[in-house]
Design a protein around this ligand. Structure first.
Ligand code: GLU
Ligand code: ZN
Length: 287
């Protein structure tokens, strides 16, 4: 079971199409199901209309997802339950540190770990993260390891504004939806160890991860969404799909480009192999 988990903060672009195609092909090539989850847990970043736009774009590029779209904004009860389970085991604490107080810190220094709760003061809830090396083998990036306590320290589970963190939401949702194979952008490679750490604390299974490179401009800069080739264009579906298949190492023959969307996807499914994807964290578009 795979999934694509866009945040409704804007339109999909070539980079998101690349990631979505990788997770879709990986699931379908193995006869698996593929889910779409709208990651709108952070309501403050949601752009009105973006969620509908994302789904419309996926449809026009021929993606077919299984089941209903899950929306994080509707799942607070599940995140609460996970938080309460950790609280009951004494694994959490309230943190009243402001962003400013932590601005100079490389990782959370544990300031509030020993402090008694201060009722009436807005506080975040953090997980006590103890030194422990988390290791996993990424299917594309290879062996990865990180001591989460050393890298980031006690992570936030619920923010001061009472919104649950992306970390808690993604861990709870991947488990609740039975996701076994996560394929996503390498910009999330660094946060994978903390997700695995939290899975372990909650007694949840760890999926198998594959982090595909993030597409960047020829000069190494972030994809400029205004560029013609980067903006997804419903009038250029085949050309943009072919571009993405090529960037995934599938080497599509030009005849595939004339075959229609469904046939192109069928061809790509047969051809998919995660080992063809460049094992690097960024992939430069040609200028
Ligand atoms: N919602 C995240 C993003 O759009 C992706 C999270 C994930 O795939 O785990 O960057
Ligand atoms: Zn604190």
């Amino acid at each position: 079971m795979g999934r694509f988990a866009p945040s409704p903060t804007g339109d999909l672009h070539l980079g998101s199409l690349y990631t979505a195609a990788a997770s879709y092909l990986d699931a379908r090539a193995h006869g698996g199901r593929w889910l779409v989850r709208m990651e709108d847990v952070d309501r403050t970043r949601e752009v009105p209309g973006a969620a509908a736009g994302v789904l419309g774009t996926l449809e026009s590029f021929g993606f077919e997802w299984d089941g209903e779209i899950v929306r994080q904004a509707e799942r607070d009860a599940h995140y609460s339950a996970a938080l309460e389970a950790l609280e009951a085991r004494g694994l959490t604490f309230e943190c009243t540190c402001s962003r400013l107080m932590l601005a100079e810190e490389e990782r959370y220094p544990g300031s509030c770990r020993m402090r008694a709760p201060q009722p009436g003061i807005a506080s975040a809830i953090r997980l006590k993260v103890n030194p422990r090396e988390v290791q996993f083998i990424d299917r594309i990036q290879g062996a990865c390891r990180q001591d989460v306590a050393l890298a980031v320290g006690d992570v936030i589970l619920r923010r001061r504004d009472r919104l649950f963190s992306y970390l808690l939401a993604v861990v709870v949702d991947d488990a609740a939806q039975g996701v076994t194979h996560v394929v996503r952008g390498a910009d999330l490679l660094d946060s994978t160890p903390r997700q695995i750490y939290l899975q372990q604390e909650l007694g949840l299974p760890t999926p198998i991860y594959a982090h595909v490179p993030v597409l960047v401009e020829a000069d190494g800069g972030k994809l400029s969404k205004s560029a013609r080739s980067v903006r997804l264009d419903p009038g250029q579906v085949m050309a943009q799909l072919m571009h993405v298949f090529a960037l995934l190492g599938l080497d599509p023959p030009s005849a595939i480009g004339d075959s229609g969307i469904a046939a192109a996807w069928a061809w790509a499914k047969g051809r998919w192999d995660a080992n063809r994807v460049a094992s690097r964290q960024t992939l430069h578009l040609e200028g």
